[in-house]
Design a binder for this molecule. Structure first.
Ligand code: FES
Length: 108
């Protein structure tokens, strides 16, 4: 099977407690890695699309991350903004778990 894409190891699954998120920096890009209750792993940009704040400084509740600055929320599975003050969705990245490692497909 072809492994097209640019898969980069960003963390170990064990680094991210279930129900929490951690920041990682890869190639100058700030990413947030989420480990949702139930086990799903997701990755988005970590910088809020509204102004400048790191989403991992905010609060993860279910599949929603709340920005620490103006309480904007995004669905971490799709990046969809959940209303004011968010006007632009968050970029998401494909995630794969392999042998306890979290890999993210990053654009070149
Ligand atoms: S910077 Fe995130 S809601 Fe304003």
């Amino acid at each position: 099977m072809s492994e097209a894409g640019n898969w980069v190891r960003v963390a170990a699954v064990a680094d991210v407690a279930e129900g929490s998120a951690i920041p990682v920096e890869v190639g100058g890009r700030q990413l947030a890695i989420y480990h949702l209750e139930g086990g799903a792993i997701h990755c988005t940009d970590n910088i809020c699309t509204h102004a400048f704040a790191l989403l991992t400084d905010g609060w993860l509740e279910g599949c929603l991350i709340e920005c620490p600055l103006h309480a904007g929320q995004f669905d971490v599975r799709t990046g969809a903004g959940q209303g004011a003050p968010i006007e632009e969705d968050l970029r998401t990245f494909k995630v794969r778990v392999e042998g306890g490692d979290i890999l993210v497909d990053l654009p070149d």
